[in-house]
Each structure stands twice: as C-alpha cells, then as structure tokens.
Ligand binder design. Sequence first.
Ligand SMILES: [Zn+2]
Ligand SMILES: [Zn+2]
Length: 421
Amino acid sequence: MRTDGLAIYETWDLRASVVPPRSQLFNLSPIGLGTPMVECLTSYFSRLAHAHCLSPGALTQYELMPHGAGARHMFSRKTRARSYTAGINGKDNVAANFVSVLGNLTSRGDLKYLTMIPWKSLLPSKFLMRNVAAWCPDCLLGWEQSGKPAYVPLLWTLEVVKFCPHHRRALRLTCPHCKRPQEVLGQRSRVGFCARCRRSLASDSGKDDSERYWALQQETPEWEIWVANQVVRLIKAGLYYPPLLTREQLSEVIRVATDVIGSSEFARILGVSATAVYEWQIHGVQPTLMLYLRLARVLNVPLADLLTGRAIPANIYSLCLIGLPHWHNVWAPRHSTFNNKNAARQMKAALRGVPPPSPMAFAKRHGYTHGILCVNTFLTDVERSSSDIESITRLALNNGEPQESRSFDESPFDCTTTGRN
Ligand SMILES: [Zn+2]
Ligand SMILES: [Zn+2]
C-alpha cells in the first residue's frame, strides 16, 4: 500500500452549531426602511402573505387572529371595515396591535416605523389615514422596469397627500382598467395589482375619478406638491423618534402669530373658525395634520420643525401669505340630528362638482354619521317629507352611473363619523 500520496482531510467540528432563534413567519425586510419612502404596514403584510403563498385574508385568519390581531369582518367593503384596515397604518390601537403581533411572528422590532405611531400623541385621527388606496402609476412602472418589487409607501396612505413628490403628479385612486377604487388591504389584494380585475396598476390609461374619493378637497398642484414634500420630511423625522411639539409650545406659537395679525384674521387665513384657534391655544386641542400643514405654511417653517418643537416663536415676525390658496374650512361639525333642508342644500352643491363626490366622501366632508345617513332611514325620511330631496338623493346615489357599477360602496350611505377640528 503506497503512503506517499495520502491526502489530508479537514477535521470536522462536531459541536452543535448555534442556531439563531427562528421566527414563525418569514423575517421579511420592509422596503425603504430608514428612508422617507418607507413601506406601510398593510403593504408589508400583503407582501408577507404573498411570500407565504397565502392571501392576506388567509394569513390574517390563521396566524394573526389566533394571536389577537385582526378582526373577522375587516375585509368587508363597508366603511367601518375600510377605516379598520386603513388604521393598520395609523397610530392607534389597531396599528399598535398589528405591530406587536406581526413583530412577534416575524421577529422584527422595527415595524412601528411602517405606521404613524411615532406621531401618536400629536396627530388626531380625523383626516389622517385614507380609507381607500392611492398610488403613483409612474413609481409603480419605474420599479417594474428596474426589476424592483412593488410596494406602497406610507406616504401614499395619508389623506393629506394627493401628489407624488417625485413625479409631481396626482396619485390615482381608481384602477386604470376597471375604474374601481381599491381597499387599503383586501382579502385577496396583491401590491401593484387591482383586487378586482387583477391587472397591473402601473398604467395611467383612462380617466381617474379620484375626486370622488378624496375626503379633503384638492387644492392647487403647487400646494399639493408642497404638502407631499413636507410629509416626506415628516416621515423621515419620525424615524428617529424626535421630541414632539408640546401644548405649551403650540400655544406660544399661536399667541405670537395672532399678535402679528389678530386672531380673527389668522383664523380666516387658515380657513378655520376663531373658536378653533382659541381651542388650540387655550384648551390644548390638537389641530389635524391638514391644519398643521396650513399653520406651517403661514408661519413659513417646515412641518417637521413645527411638529418637533423646533419652530422658534421669537423668530416669527411676520406671516407668509403669498401664494396661499383660498382654504375651505375643514371643520365638519358632527350632526346629531338630520336636517332635510341642510342636506338638500349640501347635496345640490356637491352635485355641481365634476365629478360629484361619492356618498362616502360627501358624508365625511359634512360630518354625517352612519346612523343618521344610513340609506334606508334617509330615503324613508325623504319619501315622507320631500320628493325633491329624494330625486337629489337618487342622483347622489347613482352619480350618473348605473347602480350595479357602484360596487365599492356596498351601502351607498354607509358613513364614517367625524370628530371636531
Ligand atoms: Zn411617483
Ligand atoms: Zn381593475
């Protein structure tokens, strides 16, 4: 036997290797984490379900609900269900619950950055999250052409953001193929594709009836692009958990501003009542994000600086009033009683819009609640009192389209409640 050609083999380490802890679900990385274009939580959840070859509905039913997150009817197309799924990207308990349960299942501790939780104590829920999906077809197309995965940035889920800051164009709210709006998270939704016709949303063909689904009316493109850029910086600031604007700081900023121009004129410029300004200053009532934006513009400070307490009141000598759009009052008083005449007047005004708003958007703008404006009650009231209002109502319900095409609003007047501000 020859021994001069024997090979020397490596020795094996037979000690058991250290295996890091395993997560129950894939430890999928959120897209854009650490950037202002960070993915929203519903987009992450939808991609996570797809990675497991499951629908979002199945993943919710079999993994989230047993751990206390999600709800049985969250994928219903009714307004309350849409508010629930929109709240997953928000700042309240629904978002916190999803972040906690999904974080445990994926072993990720950074999912709160996919929501508005960093701004929880500062921003009221009203007009914060959009109940329907919005997207920029140019962004989706760009990612598709460069081989990047489609996703939904947190930026697009906020009600105040109506433009893409990169392409300086309006976000779409209806499918370019079947013209239907999309849920923020559907039972079988897939990011970048229509939940109804299954075709790609990376197309801008056909008219977009987005106006029907905005809860806040669209202002000039210049203003909307400014808003989008301000919110981009706000999301970036939120990644570092900054100190937030305190009540005392807000009160001081408003005191200085009203000293410059007077409280009534200041309120008129912001498009709110003098009472609202008084309540911000004295009673610690928080303005909505839209009103913080108006405030930042008038004070000529970045929104992120204002909301992190870095706007120095002593530096406010004058107000920036150049190029301000004429703002509508976004304060929608909540109606505790139903007034046929007022409703008729509001509907007539709404029907003059081109296109007219959806019943959902109409209800949000005017502060009607589900109980008051529920279609059956409403029609019964109208039929008893006024055939004129009935015809207006039927016009509002149909919006000039056949009834069967209005598949998004199952109950045409299934409305959300609105708070005060
Ligand atoms: Zn874009
Ligand atoms: Zn479609």
